[in-house]
Design a protein around this ligand. Structure first.
Ligand code: WTA
Length: 667
């Protein structure tokens, strides 16, 4: 596999020319939008003064702040201490016993919310289902019994591979109810990616659907699972939900239909009283090196922050119809399509399908028909809507909307303005929320009734969250200086470790800036203390809001017979945010094979998933390396972006390599 010159300690992207370009473009951004008075009037936090007070109180006495929020949940036994911090290992609410599923469902079922809609689901063909809290509770309890009958015990890992149907949320909550650890795998991942994740987490069971609908057709998920579990010795059973009715193979002894098992199970299931630090889920995400990391979240701390961040950032009210367009296969879906809304007793909309099916107004049509009040989506989707044309949006009545959210990547000021004007009709505040799989919940975001927003910044950290921008030596940057985004104090929903790999956990997050959590992002703070995220400074790339490790894509490329060496970098892309460019050196006997480009792209799709396909593959006779043999990715990034090299090349070993790459004589 290709090696890299940019070890974390020598990362220099923050000061590279492309980062500087974006720094200067956002430095000139002066527009400021105070929250509309109408909105502030009824908001949970209604002024900056109130926010500042909350922030100061939380900083002064974090135990009192987080303990106060935790009081609002149901505990079978109260905690002994709010935080035990043995850096970098945290125990939150230690000694307590609770169950997140109980707090997400039973609490509401025992209140007036029993008949309130929890999930309003719409399928791609327009079919609809509504599950009240009472019905969701019944289904989850039944499926929790199914898990128990199948021998799942507290602490067992259960992999889930399904499209966006209510049963995905039911499976997740049922795991939590019986204390099993869910590992949701995004339904766009390949068989190989499933095998890797199931083996790393040693999952005992896989829950999947026969298929999922996409753009009028369907994808057979069960066949992919069949292929994946040939090499997963830990898996004892597979539960299959019928969604599309495709032709699949059911294997005796291993595979069971969801509906058969549900038919046998009772709908009463006492939740297991788990310790606060009982593992809740593992979610795999890309890192800068090696295989995907299993990010481990535990029960109580995650619950406290997922719920309270949801309440304050989305200013949730009982009348709201909240819609997050993220898939439950990503952290955004975990925290803000499942746990956050349900813990707050909110009504959420769930859509299984493409944003442009049958045409480009699907989102706006859904918002109008269901009277959605809060929309939470990603810049990559917004950019695609801009390209499709305003008329798709404006032909629908969007007056139900009162708040808009953005997540997953920096939102360019122009895109922010379009979202504000065309979708929000200059009426809806925008919450640009910065966070990560590792943080479990939103860390930096406006509070919509309090924070004046500026296009392109996630603004200020939430109360209780101590983020800062620092130099390489860990000292704080001055206002407007570019630096590294760190978190200086533990927070309840922080990852506890990388599953089965404490060493990697310590090295990845806690070794770069001693005593601080390193996010991997570059940022700057402006004169108002607003955080402007400049993007990743490691080899993680955000493509259409999906997080990919360039080294994973490289591994996939070099595992192909014809490839001698490969380096993958990103370049800015108008729609996707970033596009992947692969520089590939072929083994001599394959040079000139015209079919290889497509074959390689397909191979990457097979190894990881279609989202990881390089957008461009350039043939390279050799890759630019330092004298110690490390690939100079910085040069490749410059070439991929502008076909020019401006930076320092004195450490380059063979100058001829560059000439060849620049002139584009790749074929
Ligand atoms: C990026 C997604 C700018 C960032 C919740 C981070 C953002 C990575 C924003 C985490 C934002 C997320 N503005 N950049 N509002 N939100 N990012 O783990 O680079 O899939 O480190 O979590 O997305 O991606 P992940």
């Amino acid at each position: 596999m290709a090696t890299d010159e940019t070890t974390p300690s020598s990362q220099n992207t923050v000061t590279s020319s492309s980062a500087n370009d974006s720094i200067s473009s956002v430095l000139s951004e002066k527009r400021k939008f105070p929250p509309p008075a109408e909105f502030s009037k009824n908001a949970h936090v209604s002024s900056m003064a109130e926010y500042e007070k909350l922030y100061a109180a939380a900083a002064e006495d974090p135990d009192a702040y987080w303990g106060g929020i935790a009081e609002q949940f149901h505990w079978f036994k109260k905690w002994d201490s709010v935080l035990e911090w043995n850096s970098p290992y945290a125990k939150w609410f230690n000694g307590g016993k609770t169950n997140i599923c109980y707090n997400a469902l039973d609490v509401h079922v025992n209140s007036w919310r029993k008949n309130k809609a929890a999930i309003i689901w719409e399928g791609e063909e327009g079919d609809q289902r509504v599950l009240t809290y009472g019905e969701l509770h019944r289904q989850v309890s039944k499926f929790a019994n199914v898990l128990k009958i199948a021998g799942i015990r507290p602490g067992d890992r259960v992999a889930i591979y399904m499209g966006m149907v209510p049963e995905l949320v039911i499976a997740v909550l049922a795991c939590a109810r019986v204390g099993a650890v869910h590992n949701v795998i995004f339904a766009g991942f390949s068989a190989h990616a499933i095998t890797e994740r199931v083996n790393d987490s040693r999952a005992r069971m896989v829950i999947c659907a026969d298929g999922t609908r996409r753009r009028g057709g369907s994808i057979n998920l069960k066949n992919i699972v069949d292929e994946a579990i040939v090499n997963t010795p830990s898996v004892r059973s597979v539960i299959v939900l019928k969604v599309t009715g495709e032709t699949i193979n059911m294997h005796d002894g291993m595979d069971h239909w969801w509906h058969d098992l549900m038919g046998l199970a009772s709908d009463e299931c006492e939740p297991v009283e788990v310790d606060s630090e009982h593992p809740l889920f593992v979610l795999y995400t890309s890192g800068s090196t090696g295989k995907p990391k299993g990010i481990l979240h535990t029960t109580a701390g995650y619950m406290v922050h997922a719920a309270s961040s949801f309440k304050y950032v989305f200013d949730i009210k009982d009348e709201d119809i909240y819609w997050c367009t993220a898939d439950v296969g990503w952290i955004t879906g975990h925290s803000y399509m499942a746990y956050g809304p349900l813990l707050n007793g909110a009504t959420m909309l769930m859509y299984e399908g493409a944003p442009n099916y049958p045409q480009w107004d699907r989102f706006w049509d859904i918002i109008n028909r269901h009277k959605v009040t809060i929309l939470y989506t990603a810049p990559t989707a917004i950019r695609a809507f801009i390209r499709a044309g305003n008329e798709w949006v404006t032909k629908h009545n969007l007056s139900s909307l009162r708040l808009l959210g953005s997540v997953g990547e920096p939102i360019n000021p122009d895109v922010w303005m379009w979202y504000h004007k065309v979708v929000g009709q200059e009426r809806c505040p925008i919450v640009d929320t910065w966070w990560q799989t590792e943080t479990g919940g939103i860390m930096v975001s406006p509070l919509p009734g309090a924070t004046p927003t500026k296009p392109g910044t996630a603004t200020r950290p939430l109360p209780g969250i101590a983020v800062d921008v620092v130099h390489k030596d860990g000292t704080p940057c001055k206002a407007n200086e570019g630096g590294y985004l760190v978190i200086k104090k533990p927070w309840p929903s922080m990852l506890r470790t990388i599953y089965n790999d404490n060493e990697r956990y310590e090295k990845t997050y806690w070794s770069e800036f001693p005593g601080m959590y390193f996010t991997g992002d570059g940022a700057r703070k402006d004169d108002d203390g607003y955080i402007w995220i400049m993007g990743r400074v490691d080899d993680v790339v955000n493509v259409s809001g999906h997080r990919l490790g360039t080294s994973e894509v490289e591994s996939a490329l070099v595992s192909y017979e014809a490839v001698a060496e490969a380096a993958v970098v990103s370049r800015p892309d108008e729609i996707k945010g970033n596009a992947l460019v692969a520089f590939v050196t072929l083994k001599d006997e394959y040079v000139g094979d015209m079919k290889l480009r497509e074959a390689l792209r397909n191979h990457v799709a097979k190894e990881i998933g279609p989202i990881a396909k390089p957008d461009e593959i350039r043939w390279a006779k050799g890759l630019p390396k330092t004298r110690s043999g490390k690939i100079m990715r910085r040069l490749l990034r410059e070439l991929a972006t502008s076909n020019e090299i401006k930076g320092d090349i004195t450490t380059l070993e063979d100058f001829g390599v560059l000439e060849n790459l620049r002139s584009g004589e790749e074929d």
